[in-house]
Design a protein around this ligand. Structure first.
Ligand code: ATP
Ligand code: MG
Length: 445
């Protein structure tokens, strides 16, 4: 079998081989090539030691990312490639990464420490495909299976439990029964894994084509209970509403699957109704209401994301979406849309609409989103027509006001806010002279 390798990768492999070293493409890139997916990056394994790799590629820019772990990144115009010395992991302490690694001369050592059979193959032009653990067979049967005994392998590094689910979700594969049994048995030990490592795999699940597969598996094995217990209250939570035909959990999964694969949007989808189970009131007709679940949900989203150690920027974007997801029920006229645009900005307003469309579509069979599509058009036309909707769009700014004699400070903000109110209703008044006239009549200098 011959796999096609890009020229810049071929160059790295050849350089190693010409100098007497072994060199193979390994891991996820081999898996991806075999399923006909072009790998996002290529990983190369070799028996050359890190210093030898650096020396060999000294005319390239190299980054020694994890010298202790044997990895040198070779930087080329086409991309970065990790070149890693064959490794044999040392003792694992507490089910986390090994304390230290040992370099090896043998490819087989390196492949046997890898997590799943489909991730443990190697390829080179001369040797062809090297598949000690029957990865091809599992790839053909759509199976995720650990290399070796799953209990031992998860015991070495519990993150592999989430990785199993990540690959099952991305590839739409099933987890082999013994491997799955071990996922269930050991999920409680995920508490020993750093939030950063969990976050990385969890986000890959969220960004998959169908994230509901992964969330369902994480729920089933008890992993959500460990690192995101807030979600588990939504499971089976009846909304007591004629507008909903799914419980909060099923509805959430549906929204996830129906939003574009954008991280902050998917996170907002996951959290948008997270506070429904804690805000239910039932009226005389027996109908459920969830006052304030949007605001409280935004708070909970912040709390969870903080715990997962995500960036403040991401936290801000997600909570803004969660907090505003309910205004699709408001009958917003042009003024209201401008206010919303001012609050969300010209990018996030459309992200919010994506969330709202999916939210509506997933409420009940036959739900229509015509109103939201119309709203999207109306907002686009406000933007295209350059109609003023925020103080930056006013024909006067703070400096202009100071120049005509107003004092720096709170009054400037008050004036701009006042002018914006007028201009939102009457865009034709947005001219410098007119606005100054309005200002001097109303505010004392
Ligand atoms: P992706 O395409 O998403 O990057 P990948 O398979 O390349 O998928 P990585 O997380 O980049 O996944 O890891 C590269 C390879 O390193 C894996 O294919 C696997 O062989 C090995 N590996 C990564 N993490 C672990 C781990 N925790 N335990 C064992 N092997 C691992
Ligand atoms: Mg990778």
């Amino acid at each position: 079998m011959e796999l096609s390798i890009p020229a810049h990768i071929e160059l790295i492999l050849n350089k190693l081989k010409k100098n007497g070293y072994k060199a193979y493409i390994v891991g996820g890139s081999v898996r991806d090539m075999l399923i006909g997916k072009s790998p996002s990056d290529y990983d190369i394994a070799t028996d050359a030691l890190p210093d030898q790799i650096s020396q060999l590629f000294k005319e390239f820019k190299t980054i020694e990312v994890g010298k202790k772990f044997g990895t040198v990144v070779v930087v080329q115009r086409e991309g970065n490639t990790e070149v890693t010395t064959f490794r044999q992991d040392g003792e694992y302490i507490d089910g986390r990464r090994p304390e230290r690694v040992f370099f090896s001369k043998e490819l087989k050592d390196d492949l046997s420490r890898r997590d799943f059979t489909i991730n443990s193959m190697a390829y080179s032009k001369e040797a062809g495909l090297i598949d000690y653990f029957h990865g091809v067979e599992d790839l053909k049967k759509d199976i995720i299976r650990t290399v070796g005994n799953p209990k031992d392998r998860f015991g070495e590094d519990y993150l592999r439990i989430i990785r199993a689910i990540r690959f099952a979700t991305q590839l739409d594969f099933v987890i082999e029964p013994k491997t799955y049994e071990a996922c269930k048995k050991f999920s409680k030990f995920l508490k020993n894994i750093s939030e950063e490592r969990i976050q990385e795999e969890f986000f890959k699940i969220l960004l998959s084509k169908k994230p509901s597969i992964g969330i369902d598996l994480l729920m089933d094995i008890g992993a959500l209970e460990v690192f995101m217990p807030e979600i588990t209250d939504t499971l089976g939570f009846d909304q007591r509403s004629p507008y909903h035909d799914k419980d909060v959990y099923r509805h959430t999964l549906c929204v996830l699957d129906n939003t574009p694969s954008v991280l902050h949007l998917r996170l907002a989808a996951l959290f948008h109704d997270i506070e429904k189970p804690h805000t239910l009131t039932v009226d005389e007709e027996g109908m459920g209401h969830f006052y304030n679940h949007d605001k409280l949900g935004a708070e909970t989203a912040r709390k969870i994301l903080k715990r997962l150690k995500t960036s403040n920027e991401l936290i801000g974007k997600v909570s803004l979406l969660v907090e505003n997801h309910m205004n699709r029920h408001d009958d917003l006229k042009e003024k209201g849309l401008k206010r919303l645009l001012n609050k969300m900005g010209e990018v996030e307003i459309f992200t919010l609409l994506e969330l709202q469309k999916a939210d509506k579509l997933c409420s009940k069979v036959g739900a229509v989103i015509d109103e939201l599509i119309q709203r999207e058009k109306d907002i686009k036309s406000i933007i295209e027509n350059r109609e003023p909707y925020c103080t930056n769009h006013l024909a006067v700014n703070g400096d202009d006001l100071i120049e005509i004699g107003y004092n720096q400070g709170k009054i400037i903000g008050d004036i701009l806010k006042y002018l914006l109110k007028i201009v939102v209703d009457n865009p034709e008044l947005n001219e410098k002279e007119t606005l100054i006239e309005i200002t001097t009549k109303k505010f004392i200098r």
